[in-house]
Design a protein around this ligand. Structure first.
Ligand SMILES: Cc1cc2nc3c(=O)[nH]c(=O)nc-3n(C[C@H](O)[C@H](O)[C@H](O)COP(=O)(O)OP(=O)(O)OC[C@H]3O[C@@H](n4cnc5c(N)ncnc54)[C@H](O)[C@@H]3O)c2cc1C
Length: 356
């Protein structure tokens, strides 16, 4: 059980900035995301696309913005000197339960059994938890050699080094996974064989990615199998093969060592709708001055909230996170003076930022 002041649900751009604002105000926070990487939509949906409307940054890509937000929040993300992930950043966890405690504050649980107790909550859940799209074959859920994300298995050594990997999908996620595996800097960590499984012989991907994978296909580095997976052989928790139905109506058995499903992510509001906050068309209704929801002590910021005039823009989410943090600070410490401090001149803020 982790005891803390605040929990931020969602490590998208707004959740990361929320953590930073809370840190400036001296509020200890944990941050949770179901994805294996922080950055929300910026990293999951448009990592390489340019953003032009962040104040003071003429242009940056989605991934660069997420990196900058992580760097900015670093003073409030304690880590060890070996560069391990920050102790208060919990990736790969879906927040499933949120309950109010009779003695005040809240308790949260994740699908991986993490439990947290806190005084205030910031829901920065965007359009919902990003869950990978599957192949509609429930038997795959029981197999340990089926993966959805590249990041964790890419930690060395990857489980598929020198084995046959089938990557399913025909969009950016699938094609960039083909390139990432084939171009692993250490040749010993590359798969022995790479197969791309897609329902047709055309990809729906960035033209540059498309062109690079076609070159690999021509040179034999990757084999394209066109068809729909209709069945799977799983024994002792291991997927041995997929049954693939081709456009010609013939089925074939595709044997493999690992299956990497890269068919995109879809956001699921899921558990959030059970937490008792008033919703307005699948968004959390909040006050436009404090960004508090219908439950005192639970704030909602970024794309997940709604109020008159709401715009789903990064800039608006950052503004909401700032005002929500100030409101929470005042309610957590009602007797403390609430002076507005500038990061340029305040020794207290410099101390919190670890500058002095
Ligand atoms: C293609 C595209 C281009 C865009 N371009 C721009 C632009 O140029 N300028 C601009 O201002 N905006 C742009 N946007 C919008 C911008 O990306 C969003 O406004 C922003 O990402 C919202 O941030 P957020 O942190 O609120 O939500 P998100 O980025 O959606 O992050 C929410 C995070 O919460 C996690 N989460 C949700 N529920 C749970 C749960 N129960 N447990 C654990 N984790 C959970 C999700 O997995 C996700 O990672 C664009 C959006 C898209 C799709």
């Amino acid at each position: 059980m982790i005891d803390t002041d605040a929990v931020v649900i969602g490590a998208g751009p707004v959740g990361l900035f929320q953590l930073f604002q809370l840190g400036l105000l001296g509020i200890k926070a944990e941050i949770i995301d179901v994805l294996p990487e922080a950055g929300g939509q910026c990293v999951a949906l448009y990592p390489d696309k340019p953003i032009y409307d962040i104040p003071g940054i003429a242009v940056c890509t989605g991934r660069e913005l997420a990196q900058q937000l992580l760097t900015q929040a670093q003073p409030f993300m304690p880590t060890d000197r070996f560069g391990a992930p920050a102790r208060n950043l919990h990736l790969g966890h879906l927040v499933t339960e949120l309950t109010a405690r009779s003695e005040g504050g809240f308790e949260l649980r994740t699908d991986k059994g993490l439990q947290l107790r806190c005084r205030v909550i910031f829901v920065a859940a965007g359009a919902g938890a990003f869950m990978p799209r599957g192949l509609n074959l429930p038997v795959l859920d029981t197999a340990s050699n089926v993966h959805y994300h590249l990041e964790a298995p890419l930690l060395s050594p990857p489980p598929w080094a020198d084995q046959h990997v089938v990557i399913s999908g025909g969009g950016d996620e699938a094609l960039s996974a083909v390139l990432a595996l084939a171009e692993q800097p250490d040749p010993n960590q590359r798969p022995a064989k790479l197969t791309l499984l897609h329902r047709r012989d055309q990809f729906q991907a960035d033209p540059t990615l498309d062109a690079r994978v076609r070159i690999m296909q021509t040179s034999g580095q990757v084999t394209l199998v066109v068809g729909m997976p209709t069945g799977a052989e799983v024994s002792d928790g291991h997927l041995d093969s997929l049954t693939v139905l081709g456009a010609d109506g013939q089925t074939q058995s595709l044997e493999l060592d690992h299956l990497l499903i890269r068919q995109g992510l879809s956001p699921k509001l899921g558990p959030l709708t059970q937490w008792g906050m008033a919703l307005d068309r699948k968004q959390v209704a909040v006050s436009a001055s404090s960004f508090e929801s219908s439950i005192a002590g639970i704030y909602a910021v970024g794309d997940i909230n709604t109020y008159p005039g709401k715009k789903r823009l990064l800039l608006c989410g950052f503004h909401e996170a700032t005002l929500a943090a100030h409101h929470a600070a005042a309610s957590l410490n009602p007797d403390a003076p609430q002076h507005l401090l500038y990061t340029t001149t305040s020794p207290l803020l410099h101390q919190r930022l670890g500058l002095i």
